[in-house]
Structure formats: C-alpha cells, structure tokens
Design a binder for this molecule. Sequence first.
Ligand code: SF4
Length: 341
Amino acid sequence: MVADAWLSKELEDKRVLCLACAHACKLAPNEFGKCGVRVNEDGKLKLTVYALAAAANIDPIEKKPLFHFLPNSKVMSIGTVGCNFSCKFCQNWEISQHPQSHNYEVFGYDLPPKKIVSLALEAQCKSIAYTYNEPVVFFEYTYDTAKLAYEKGLKNVYVTSGYETRKAIDELTPFLDAMNIDIKFFKDESYRKISGAKLKPVLETVKYAHSKGIWIEITTLIIPRINDSDEELRDIAKFIADIDPNIPWHISRFHPDFKMLDRPATPVETLKRAYQIGKEEGLNFIYIGNYPDTDLESTYCPNCGFKVIDRFGYIGEIVKNHLNEKGECPKCSNPIPGVWG
Ligand code: SF4
C-alpha cells in the first residue's frame, strides 16, 4: 500500500526532500529515492511499501544479534523490499535490491501495524524488530508499528546500517529501545565502492543514538581482504570503545553471497584476531557470530570473569541467563550493562 512518507519536506517546483536517511534525496515528480521505495508523487513523498511485509518471522532476539537485550526472548521481525545501501555481499539481496532492479516493483503481503502487534503478542514476543532490509527506508511503517507496540508493552528494535538522520532518530526515540548498527568498514572508500554509502554518517548515527540513551550493539562482518587488516579492525574497536567500552561488538563471519563470490568465508583465526584486538582496545563485550564452535558467544562479567550468560548451539538455540533480577553478576554483584527486563 502507498502511504504518505511524512518524514520529508516539500520544496519548490514540486520537488521534495526525503529526511529519512543521510542520502538526503531531492526528488523531482515521479522520481524514486536510492532506496527504491520512496517516490515523489505530484510534489508529495510517498512510501510504496507501507504495511507490505516482504518477510516476517518470529526469531530469538539473539539472532538480530542483540545479546544484552531481553536475553532468551522472542522477537517479531519484519522487513520490506528496498534498501538505501547496495552492499555487494548482501545476504538479503532478493528483497533489499528488488525495486531498484525491477523498475520499482514491490512485493509482500498485507501486514498492517495492528496485525504485527497482535501477532507478536499472540506469540509471546517481547519486542518487534525492523530488520532484513534497512528499516529507515520504511520509516513511517516502523514508526506507526513501534508506537502501537509501545502502547501494548512491547519493545522496539532497529537492525540498521546506521544511515538514519538525526530527525529520524529523534522521532523514533520515544519508542525505540535498541539498535544493532553495522559498522561495515572504517574506510570511506570501501563504503562508497562496496555499499554505495559513506562512512561518516554511520559513525555519527552510532554516537547520536547512544547519546539519546538507546541501547546500542555493533556488528562488523569481517570480509577477507576488505576489512580484515589489524589497522582497520583496531580503528573500529577503538571508535566503539571511545564512545563506551560497554557497547557490545559482534564480529561476524562472511560467507560468499550475491556479487561477492570471489573470496572464501572468513577464517576462524581472523575472527579470533579481531576478538583479541577488541580486547586490547578495552571493549568489555565482544562476540563471535556465525561460527558456533567457539565459546566466544557467551557473556562474561568484566569484573570477576564469571560466565553470566551462557550461549551455545545454533545462535539463540540455548541461552542460559544467570544474571540476577537487577542484571548483576550473581558472583560479584557487578552490574552488567543492558536491557534486562
Ligand atoms: S530513505 Fe530513500 S529516499 Fe529517503 S534519503 Fe534515503 S535513499 Fe533517499
């Protein structure tokens, strides 16, 4: 369904400025934004995927990944077609790049905000995640759902590439509890060449969302020969630690996909090297994802080393939360940062 994309500004000559993401598309009538789902219709910005979900699932929250946010709970996850990034390694390219490569055609099934919230409640989810593709491109759909979810006692989560404008974050802040933000690279050139975006807005989003009190976790997919140098990994870890050493950093394993089939999966030694670099830079919580055979998905108390949340098996399969009801280590009472209830 087509709906008003109110996060926008009307300009002269029926042009319109989109205020959702850092691309700041200025669109002439009938022109689509880079994301392929926001279009200028006669001087007004419209969203072509409102209430049109291309994917909806009930997942463990650990799969987002969020490890310090309502552990062992279920999350209703939704996404649409379209994306403001064009990552060559995208694992969800069939939905994220569909409109741009099919003359702005969209697909999905009818899933209005009210229905999402009722499905989430029925399934005993504790939160709703806007995920699979970049949620800020379907901002108005997420906003209406998040507001309704909040009124019903559910929390809301963005899984994002971090290209939100301050205005988008400001609008969402009353209802948005957590964000998992990708820092894909620490080189502007890589962002431009591989993802069709820039580095600086992403870093600004991380800082701004953190300053607004939204719970933040960061994910970096480590791609051989792209972002796996000690220097780049250290830059990312240092950037996170400078904001807050308690921000969890998820190091994720690359698998060849979409337009990036010319290199192998990330060697486990690289993941462990990244883990070590994160520790050296002072990060308290580092996790290795997409590789279940390590014990580096559990949470350890930074004060006494006790394993406070045990995770093993396929991601989110078995989670044993040993924190007390205040979110403290049961051994030394050190508070573990996160959203625990
Ligand atoms: S959300 Fe889409 S239309 Fe809006 S600025 Fe970003 S890419 Fe452009």
